[in-house]
Design a protein around this ligand. Structure first.
Ligand SMILES: Nc1ncnc2c1ncn2[C@@H]1O[C@H](COP(=O)(O)OP(=O)(O)OP(=O)(O)O)[C@@H](O)[C@H]1O
Length: 932
């Protein structure tokens, strides 16, 4: 099949966002426009912000299909320096740092091929890659191993990585090739054995001999030189690209161009070269092996029977699956548990299924079967037609078009019939659905009117339902309160049911209350309006989906139409060119040159193209008709949609009117409901703190039991250590510390047990902690911030912190014990000092002559008052004191010794006494000065 070389143009995004652009592309019309207004029609005018994925998807899928079918394919990238040629083919690199989104055509092609092969287990294949570079007309093997076999995508990517690292940079050509041999047995028992090659070529940016040679070949091909007469062996590059230009490959040429005004001239050159390529046609064909198409099964009878059986079985299973899915979807639709988009999707699925059922079950099955093959859009001959139309086709054209018109009319009628049936079926479904809802499920949905009603769904898991449900957890008083409020709103009958259910400790079934309330809100008329509204709304949604589908179909038909028109234009040009050539030949004939053979060829060629053109035109007509029909249908749908919308508004308004009359009662009930709600919410909050489930309580009890056990162990340890201390009078440091740890841990366990007990008893757990609300309130801002930070700690962090805290407390306790011992020692020393001072004083008194004895009566009295216990002790200090007193006695009149001096002399009398107590984990040291 002759397929022209296809052209895609990719614009390199400007380096600066606001820089001037001299080239623009229109991806809709597939036109590239220069700043001077010059236009270039191409097959794909890619947008300036075109992603790698978009580029790949926009034209590589047909290439992959071709490759898998056994055809050769080729992608050639032209462009100025740094215009993104390598980026387009390979991406930015294959290391982990490079994003997958940046992957170019080659890695995507390999991934897709292996993915597709994975889905075709019946195919055996051998895939090889090569990566060559042409540097100064010398060939260089990038992978260093010629053909490299790849069995999976990972292997292929490893070679890509290797090649990427080893390739030469600079002005050279790169040719990456994927070749694949495939073998598989078709369902008809025939062997398929094919070979295909995909080549990807990144051409040098700067003009060089290879590039010039290629340009010349392109020009020769365009000017009508048959490939057979072209010398491809001019250089290595042209030899390598023999199949891409004028050969058997399905070729895409990608022009990578810069949009910068400075590169304008080069850009024009590239665009023109690309346009030249458009004139080249390659003869794309499936590469078969000699054994291709040979039957593999000797017993031909077996396979079809088996196949038929398999097919039949598969069909039955499939039908079962589909009806199963339908049932499930219906349930899902009724439960309304999906989002609106998902609901729409499910509805669409059901709708399509109904369409299929209708088609399959309809009386017109045979008719449809006959016409079925002609439904849908006609295929574009250029892409898919395997062979050229024969001359007889042309003759039967007019006949065909007549029968086609009849067929079209018949089809239209059938389609109308189908639509009618479908609408009917859909309406029935809706009715059924609504009836089902009415009987099973009382719901006032948001769609029931524009006014907002309290939305109560029986399946709802709202807080209200939750609070009513656990009847046993609501106290009698709370229930009474609830009943009191509810009693004003619900009928005596339902009231009875609820109260009785509470008496029996059964769930009072909140649905009953809702049902009762709804009954009071709803009137038959309101119901009817709601029903109508729902029905219309459903219909409206379905029609919207249909309209959207139609729009999509129309736009795809339009795209196809455009492509066909482009093909027509191309064909027309070609025919014109050929006609010109033919004219030239005619002239030559006149000049008696023997060109009869060529002339004949050209005429045949022209005829063939004219037939093709005719086919295209026919297809264009068909598509146009289809578009027209679709547009007509869409218009009808739009009008219907508008009508439905008006109807919906009307219904909504009338429901508002009815509702207005009911506003008072609704308000009343809304008020009641909100009252109930708030009461229950309040109770729920309290219950959340106090009401523990049995399971939780059991858990707490278990925890307490464990804690008690631990406490016993610790206590035992503590006792044994205490016993040891008693026996040996002292303990090692580590044992002392162990005692402290035990004590501290026992204290902590006691607090934890108390806390858990409080939780079980329903008391506020914080009652056991000193961290009362008052304490919290009085906390400094810093402390509060600290608490906030503590709250943010993870469980492990908190554990570590608590352990450290525990150790610190034990340290402190140890220090406290040491301090206590120190304080006792100090007190003992002080007592000794006091005794000594008193003895000294007495001694001095005795030694002093009588008149001086009352020198300082107050002090003497005080000294005597202080426990004067020992007479014997006369220390140096005492002696010094006595000497001093003597001295004083010798010098009458004796001066009055200031009180503080005396205090200096008698430190023991005024020594500060420290009282050390422990409060929780704090040491409190209070200084107590004994004053007389
Ligand atoms: N469309 C694009 N989107 C994002 N980046 C691009 C695009 N085109 C090119 N680049 C970046 O521009 C730089 C040059 O691209 P690249 O190396 O592919 O150009 P080249 O035409 O192959 O260069 P050379 O002429 O040296 O062979 C690269 O960093 C590439 O990532």
């Amino acid at each position: 099949m002759d397929i022209p070389v296809q052209i895609a143009i990719r614009l390199k995004p400007p380096s600066l966002a606001d820089s001037l652009q001299c080239i623009f592309s229109n991806p809709v019309t597939q036109i590239v426009i220069t700043e001077s207004g010059q236009t270039f029609h191409v097959n794909r005018a890619l947008p300036v912000d075109c992603t790698q994925a978009h580029l790949f998807n926009s034209f590589m899928i047909p290439q992959i299909n071709c490759f898998l079918d056994g055809c050769d394919t080729s992608v050639i990238v032209f462009g100025q320096p740094k215009s993104g040629k390598t980026y387009t083919l390979f991406g930015s690199g294959f290391e982990c740092i490079h994003s997958e989104c940046d992957q170019g055509i080659v890695p995507r092609f390999l991934s897709e091929i292996f993915h597709r092969l994975g889905q075709m287990p019946e195919r055996e294949y051998i895939l090889h890659i090569t990566w060559m570079q042409v540097v100064n007309n010398n060939i260089f093997d990038v992978l260093g191993a010629g053909l490299v076999r790849c069995t999976n995508v990972e292997e292929a990517f490893q070679y890509l990585q290797l090649g990427w690292r080893q390739r030469c940079l600079g002005n050279n050509h790169t040719v990456f090739t994927v070749s694949m041999e495939q073998k598989w047995v078709g369902t008809n028992g025939i062997l398929n054995h094919r070979m295909s090659t995909a080549s990807f070529c990144d051409l040098a940016a700067y003009p060089e001999p290879g590039l010039f040679a290629l340009e010349n070949i392109i020009k020769e091909l365009v000017s009508g030189n048959p490939p057979k007469q072209i010398n491809y062996d001019r250089c290595i590059l042209t030899a390598m690209l023999r199949d891409s230009f004028g050969g058997r490959a399905f070729t895409w040429v990608i022009g990578c161009i810069s949009t910068e005004p400075d590169d304008y001239q080069d850009t024009l050159k590239i665009l023109n070269l690309c346009l030249f390529c458009r004139g080249i046609k390659n003869f794309v064909t499936v590469n078969l092996f000699a054994d291709n198409n040979t039957p593999v099964y000797s017993d031909k009878g077996v396979l079809p029977t088996d196949n038929a059986f398999n097919l039949q079985f598969a069909t039955t299973q499939w039908i079962k699956l589909v009806s199963n899915a339908e049932g499930l979807f219906n349930k899902i639709l009724q439960s309304k548990s999906l989002s609106e988009t998902d609901m729409n999707q499910v509805s669409e699925w059901l709708f399509l299924k109904a369409e299929c059922d209708e088609c399959l079950n309809s009386d017109m099955t045979t008719d449809n079967k006959e016409t079925g093959t002609k439904q849908g859009l006609p295929r574009i001959a250029e892409d898919t037609e395997p062979s050229e139309p024969s001359e007889s086709d042309v003759e039967s054209d007019s006949e065909d078009s007549d029968s086609e018109t009849v067929f079209q009319d018949k089809l239209e009628k059938l389609m109308d019939y189908f639509r009618e049936k479908n609408d009917q079926l859909f309406a029935d479904r809706c009715e059924e659905y609504l009836n089902h809802i009415d009987s099973d499920d009382i719901t006032i949905s948001e769609t029931s009117g524009s006014q907002s009603l309290p939305i109560m769904t029986s399946q709802s898991n709202s807080g209200r339902r939750r609070t009513i449900q656990p009847g046993e957890s609501i106290s009698g008083a709370q229930l009474e309160l609830l009943r009191k409020v509810a009693a004003k709103a619900i009928s005596p009958e339902s009231q009875k049911i609820i109260i009785e259910s509470h008496k029996k400790e059964i769930d009072p079934e909140p649905k009953l209350i809702e049902r009762e309330l709804l009954k009071m809100i709803d009137s038959p008329k309101m119901n009817e309006i709601c029903k109508k509204y729902k029905l219309t709304k459903e219909k409206y949604t379905q029609k919207q989906i249909l309209a959207r589908k139609l729009s999509k179909e129309i736009s795809s038909s339009q795209t196809q139409l455009k492509e066909l028109i482009n093909l027509c234009i191309a064909k027309q040009r070609l025919i014109d060119d050929l006609c010109k050539t033919s004219e030239k030949n005619n002239k030559a004939y006149l000049e008696k040159v023997d060109i009869s053979l060529t002339e004949h060829d050209t005429t045949r060629e022209i005829k063939r193209h004219e037939i093709n053109l005719k086919t295209y035109k026919k297809q264009i007509e068909q598509i146009k008709r289809q578009i027209k029909k679709d547009e007509k249908r869409k218009n009808t749908l739009d009008i219907e949609l508008l009508k439905d919308k008006l109807k919906l508004d009307e219904l909504s308004e009338s429901s508002v009117d009815t509702k207005d009359r009911k506003t008072h009662s609704i308000k009343h009930f809304t008020h009641r409901i909100s009252q109930l709600d708030s009461i229950l919410k309040e109770k729920n909050n309290d219950l959340a703190n106090l009401d523990l489930s049995k399971e939780k309580e059991l858990m707490l009890r278990k925890e307490i039991k464990n804690l008690r056990k631990t406490r016993e162990c610790l206590h035992e340890q503590r006792c044994s250590l205490g016993h040891k201390r008693k026996m040996y009078k002292s303990l090692s440091d580590s044992e002392e510390r162990k005692i402290l740890e035990c004590e501290e841990a026992i204290e902590a366990i006691d607090t934890a047990i108390e806390y858990k007990n409080n939780l079980i008893c329903g008391k506020s757990p914080s009652a056991s902690l000193s961290d009362s609300q008052d304490n919290k309130d009085s906390r400094s801002r810093g402390e509060q911030m600290l608490m906030a930070r503590l709250d943010k700690l993870s469980h492990d962090e908190m554990k570590t912190l608590l352990y450290r805290y525990f150790q610190k407390v034990v340290d402190l306790r140890g220090a406290c014990a040491a301090l206590e011992a120190g304080a006792t020692e100090a007190a003992e020393e002080a007592a000794a000092w006091r005794a000594r001072a008193a003895a000294a004083w007495r001694h001095a008194q005795r030694a002093r002559p009588l008149p001086h004895r009352c020198l300082d009566g107050g002090n003497a009295e005080r000294a005597l008052m202080l426990g004067m216990t020992t007479d014997s002790e006369t220390s140096d200090d005492a002696m010094r004191l006595v000497d001093r007193v003597r001295q004083l006695a010798r010098n009458p009149p004796a001066p009055v010794i200031p009180r503080q001096n005396l205090r200096q002399l008698m430190p023991a009398t005024n020594i500060p006494v420290a009282k050390v107590t422990k409060e929780k984990n704090k040491l409190v040291i209070v200084q107590q000065n004994k004053k007389n």
